[in-house]
Design a binder for this molecule. Structure first.
Ligand code: ARG
Length: 599
């Protein structure tokens, strides 16, 4: 049975609100009670300061009236007015422990499904067919995946959409090039065979091969007018559905998708082939999108193209910048596809939250997209559309990450590097580990390191990809969090049956470090809600670090298994270890990071 446990912060807010209701006029009583965690107390409320202005009274007098009411609350042990009129609120140990007891052994840890009723489409990853996934796609993939997990946990009905770039004139050129060179090796099966058997070639190799073939094709296209003409005929053939050409295109798409899936499997992200609704998915809907925009008078002809204009979107030369919905030659582009996608997601998938986890540099595109969709009535007041923008990953030189030769950094290479370094640190920390166990743990720690480094950075910021820092056992890293989990697991393992049987006893006093840990654990649900609202997974990542530090502090100050610890205190502490371990593991899993018991 899932128990829906209110957080202590919520309880304190409710208590302050009740005190406000008893002492203030109704319109003021409904204000936010401004309750926060504090270094000076368990919680602090600043509400008297803002109320005083409105009441024309001294803040300390208002605070004093609230204090008197709050002092009567049974589970509040002390309330003090401090400074200009802060209320410092201390809770009883029993109130804390009762809260923990209600969370223990609940698979949801007491977190309510506060976001049920929402239908959210999360558009993320979206790499391009026949192109190497680059570090920008890594950010979108990891951030999007974490948002999917958090929203889903909070009860939202989540639809994952992988809007891959699988359509465009470039495919005509690539297909023509490959058709003229039938022996070229680029399919996974051929690459595997060349590398020594099934599974031998690296994940993503087919896209790597296609990526370089595409660049070769481009060179020939630019240098050889005869090839250029054949390639252009191929584009027409593809668009008009020529059987042989479409089959070749489909094969390129299928091989690329399989390569993306291998990377997803390696990263442990949720995306499957069923989540793919690429640009080509919308082909049959594009004409009707333009027709509808024409009927509604939203597009106008400009230089032969159908365009949407906006008063305030202008070029540096102060010329209006249009969103081009249909080109003069009748072709459709990225914008048309996205318009069709908005219409599909709202009208057919019935989503009320559309989230696009995409590079910040596409900001203007999404601005135009959402505004056009609002004009068209596909986005209405009850529907939220957000460009969940992410910054750039930089190299050690602080500039966008490139190989020495200036090319794209292969994702697979980055992950290999992280795993290799993780292997070194894990082996050093734990020399007993060898062979397959070491391999598995190093793989897990390397991926966790990359994911945590990504997800602990505010998504809008740029950051430097620094593998050595990422795999460190100390500091704010995925490895430190995983390691903290293994320490908890080790205590529980050593305590054996006593650990799984441990329950909280609310009559026992708590020490400082225990209280801190208890207060941290209690914040889990509120943190998840803030992630769902701000779409910023780094809030969860940062909070998990706070939780791990609170545990480390507890671990250093409150012995659990030591022989001189009284039995009932040991039991309480084991219960606290278990709840912390479960909360840490659940929180990590919502970032898509594993929590191993040993490393
Ligand atoms: N394929 C695009 C890129 O690589 C990202 C697509 C994002 N999603 C969207 N609905 N536009 O830049």
């Amino acid at each position: 049975m899932t128990e829906q446990v209110r957080s202590l912060a919520d309880e304190v807010e409710a208590a302050v609100s009740a005190a406000m209701a008893e002492t203030l006029p109704a319109e003021l009583a409904a204000l936010d009670p401004l309750v926060r965690r504090s270094d000076h107390a368990d919680f602090q409320s600043n509400v008297a300061l803002s109320l005083a202005k409105r009441l024309g009274e001294k803040p300390r007098d208002v605070a004093e009236r609230l204090r008197e009411r709050l002092a009567g609350v049974e589970w509040i042990t002390s309330v003090k007015v401090s400074g200009p009129g802060f209320l410092n609120i201390h809770l009883s140990d029993a109130a804390l422990v009762e809260r923990l007891a209600a969370r223990l052994d609940d698979p949801r840890l007491g977190v309510p499904r506060e976001r049920s009723g929402d239908v959210a489409v999360v558009d993320y990853s979206a790499p391009n067919v026949a192109k190497e996934m680059h570090v920008g796609h890594l950010r979108s993939t990891l951030i999007g995946d974490s948002l999917v997990r958090v929203l889903d946990f909070l009860g939202t009905d989540v639809v994952r959409q992988n809007h891959i770039g699988d359509w465009g004139t470039q495919f005509g050129m690539l297909i023509q090039y490959l058709t003229e060179r039938p022996g070229t090796r680029w399919r996974m099966a051929d690459l595997d065979a060349a590398a020594g058997g099934e599974g031998a070639a690296e994940a993503g190799d087919a896209v790597s091969a296609l990526d370089s073939l595409y660049r070769e094709a481009r060179k020939v296209f630019d240098a050889d007018p005869a090839f250029k003409e054949r390639a252009q005929r191929r584009v027409v053939a593809l668009q008009s559905g020529d059987e042989e050409t479409v089959a070749a295109w489909r094969e390129i798409v299928t091989e690329s998708e399989a390569a993306f899936q291998r990377i997803y499997a390696r990263l442990g992200v949720l995306l499957t082939l069923d989540d793919v609704a690429g640009e080509s998915f919308y082909n049959e809907r594009l004409q009707s999108v333009v027709d509808e925009l024409r009927e509604k008078g939203i597009v106008e002809k400009s230089d032969g193209a159908w365009c949407v204009f906006y008063d305030d979107i202008r070029s540096p030369e102060d010329k209006p910048v249009p969103m081009i919905v249909q080109k003069a030659d009748g072709g459709f582009g990225y914008a048309a596809t996205d318009l069709a996608a908005v219409r599909y997601r709202t009208l057919e998938l019935k989503a009320n939250r559309l989230l696009y986890v995409v590079d910040a540099r596409q900001g203007q595109h999404f601005d135009m997209l959402f505004r056009t969709a609002r004009r068209a009535g596909w986005l209405t007041d009850g529907i939220e559309a957000v460009h969940v923008r992410n910054g750039t990953i930089n190299g050690p030189d602080g500039r966008p990450f490139k190989t020495r030769a200036g090319g794209t950094v292969r994702l697979a290479d980055l992950l290999d590097d992280a795993e290799g370094r993780a292997r070194e640190v894990v082996a050093e920390k734990n020399p007993d580990l060898t062979g397959e166990e070491l391999d598995a743990i190093a793989r897990g720690a390397g991926i966790a390191a990359v994911k945590y480094a990504e997800l602990s950075t505010s998504r809008a910021k740029d950051y430097v990809f620094d593998v050595t820092r990422m795999v460190s056992f100390s500091g704010q890293t995925g490895v430190y969090l995983q390691y903290t989990h293994t320490r908890i697991a080790s205590i529980l393992r050593r305590a054996g049956e006593q650990a799984s049987a441990a329950r909280f006893d609310a009559s026992l006093p708590l020490e400082r470090a225990e209280r801190e840990l208890a207060l941290a654990v209690d914040e889990f649900g509120a943190v998840l809600n803030s992630v769902a609202e701000t779409l910023e997974p780094h809030r969860l990542a940062g909070w998990l670090y706070t939780l791990a530090k609170a545990y480390t502090d507890f671990y250093e100050n409150c012995p659990v298994l030591r022989a001189d610890v009284p039995e009932e205190i040991r039991t309480n502490r084991l219960a606290l270890c278990r709840l912390t371990g479960d909360t840490l593991a659940r929180g990590l899993s919502l970032l898509g990071i594993a929590a191993p018991d040993r490393m």
